[in-house]
Design a protein around this ligand. Structure first.
Ligand SMILES: *[C@@H]1O[C@H](CO)[C@@H](O)[C@H](O)[C@H]1NC(C)=O
Length: 354
C-alpha cells in the first residue's frame, strides 16, 4: 500500500515537474536558418468552399483548370499550414497543373463554426475543392495529418483520385493497428496523441508556455538543421497563439481529439465514441487503396514509427499495381529536407501511372 502510494505521488510529482519545465530556446538560434520569408506573387490565397459551408483559405496556382494538365491537391500536416508546400506548388504550377493547397479546418484563417472534426468531414472538404475545378480527378498529396486525410479521400473516392502521394503516414488501418496492437511499445510514438487530444486546456497551456519553448522543441527539434527558418517558426507560432485558448478551435485539441477517437475506436465500444470517424473504413473492413499510391517515409521519424514502412505496400493496404514506397534518410519533415528528390520521385511516379 505504502509503495503504491509512493509510486503514485512520485508519478504526479514527475509529471508536474515536466509540465512546469521549459527547455532552453538557445538551440533555436543555430537550428533554424536566417532565411527571410519570401512569398511569390503567383501564389494567391483564395476563398474556396469546403463542405458544410466552411470557407477554406486556399493557395491556388498554375493555369486555369480547363487549360491545365490536371489538378494537384496538397494537404498539409500538423502543426504546419498550406504554405509548407510552397516549392511543390511552384513546381507543379510551372509544369502546367492547376494546383490547390488549402489551410485545413481550424488552421490559420480557415476557421470552422464547429470545432468537431472527423475524417469524413475533412475528406469531404477535399472533395469540394476537387469538384470546384470541374475536373473529375486530382493527384492528392498529403503529409502527416494531411496524409491521413488524403488516404481517407482516396479510399472513399477512388474514382476522384488520379494518384495518391503520402508522406510520413501509412494506410490509416496500418497506423492504427500497429500502434494499438504494439502498445505499450508504441507509447513512445503516440503518447503526445493522448496528451494533446485528451487533456485539452492543459496540453494547450503546456504548448504555448514560454513562447512555445517545449512545443517548438518537440515539434521541430528533430528536423535537420536549417530545414526551417526562424521567420517560418515565428509565423507558425502566430497561427497557434491565435487559438491556443480555444477548446473548440485549437488544432492541437480538435485534430488530436479526433485522433484519439480513431485509435480508441478499436478498443472501445462504438456507443462511447462520436459518429463519423472513418465510418466508411470501419464498415467496409480494411479497404485498400485501389489507386496508384506512392508512399514516402523518413528513416528518423520520431512520431510515426519507421517500422511501418516495411508493411506499407502490402496488398492489404494498397491493391493497385502501381505502388511504391521510398524511405529517405530524413526526419518526419522529409518534405522540406528532401524536396528535390521527392519532386523527382513524384514526377516519375505520376508519369508512369496510368
Ligand atoms: C495564414 O494565412 C494567410 C492568408 O490567409 C497567409 O498570408 C499566412 O502566410 C498564413 N500563415 C502561415 C503560417 O501559413
Amino acid at each position: 500500500m505504502f509503495s503504491r502510494l509512493t509510486l503514485a505521488s512520485a508519478s504526479v510529482a514527475a509529471v508536474s515537474v515536466w509540465l512546469a519545465w521549459s527547455p532552453s530556446t538557445s538551440w533555436q538560434e543555430q537550428h533554424f536558418s536566417d532565411e527571410p520569408f519570401s512569398w511569390p506573387d503567383s501564389l494567391r490565397y483564395l476563398d474556396k468552399a469546403g463542405s458544410q459551408g466552411i470557407t477554406l483559405k486556399t493557395i491556388v496556382a498554375g493555369p486555369n483548370p480547363a487549360e491545365s494538365k490536371g489538378v494537384v491537391l496538397f494537404v498539409h500536416g500538423f502543426p504546419e499550414t498550406a504554405a509548407s508546400w510552397k516549392e511543390y506548388i511552384l513546381h507543379y504550377a510551372a509544369a502546367g497543373y492547376h494546383v490547390l493547397a488549402p489551410d485545413m479546418r481550424n488552421v490559420n484563417n480557415s476557421m470552422a463554426e464547429s470545432g468537431t472534426l472527423c475524417f469524413d468531414l475533412l475528406s469531404d472538404d477535399l472533395l469540394s475543392l476537387v469538384t470546384s475545378t470541374g475536373h473529375d480527378k486530382a493527384i492528392v498529396v498529403g503529409h502527416d495529418w494531411g496524409a491521413v486525410i488524403s488516404w481517407v479521400f482516396a479510399l472513399r473516392f477512388p474514382a476522384r483520385t488520379q494518384a495518391l502521394v503520402v508522406m510520413a503516414v501509412p494506410h490509416p488501418e496500418l497506423y492504427r493497428s500497429y500502434n494499438v496492437v504494439r502498445l505499450p511499445f508504441s507509447v513512445t510514438h503516440v503518447w503526445y496523441f493522448l496528451f494533446w487530444g485528451l487533456t485539452g486546456p492543459l496540453a494547450r497551456w503546456k504548448a504555448a508556455k514560454d513562447d512555445f519553448a517545449w512545443f517548438i522543441s518537440f515539434a521541430f527539434g528533430s528536423s535537420r538543421p536549417k530545414t526551417y527558418s526562424k521567420e517560418m517558426i515565428k509565423r507558425l507560432k502566430e497561427v497557434y497563439a491565435r487559438t491556443y485558448q480555444s477548446d473548440t478551435h485549437c488544432p492541437l485539441s480538435t485534430w488530436y481529439w479526433m485522433g484519439n477517437e480513431w485509435l480508441l475506436k478499436s478498443v472501445l465500444p462504438p456507443s462511447v465514441l462520436g459518429p463519423g470517424i472513418i465510418n466508411s473504413l470501419w464498415t467496409d473492413g480494411q479497404t485498400p487503396s485501389i489507386v496508384p499510391t506512392l508512399q514516402l517515409f523518413g528513416s528518423d521519424d520520431i512520431y510515426v514509427s519507421p517500422g511501418m514502412a516495411g508493411w506499407s505496400a502490402d496488398s492489404m493496404y494498397v491493391a493497385h499495381p502501381s505502388k511504391r514506397t521510398v524511405v529517405y534518410d530524413a526526419s518526419h519533415w522529409l518534405l522540406h529536407e528532401k524536396t528535390a528528390e521527392i519532386l523527382q520521385e513524384m514526377d516519375a511516379f505520376i508519369q508512369s501511372s496510368p
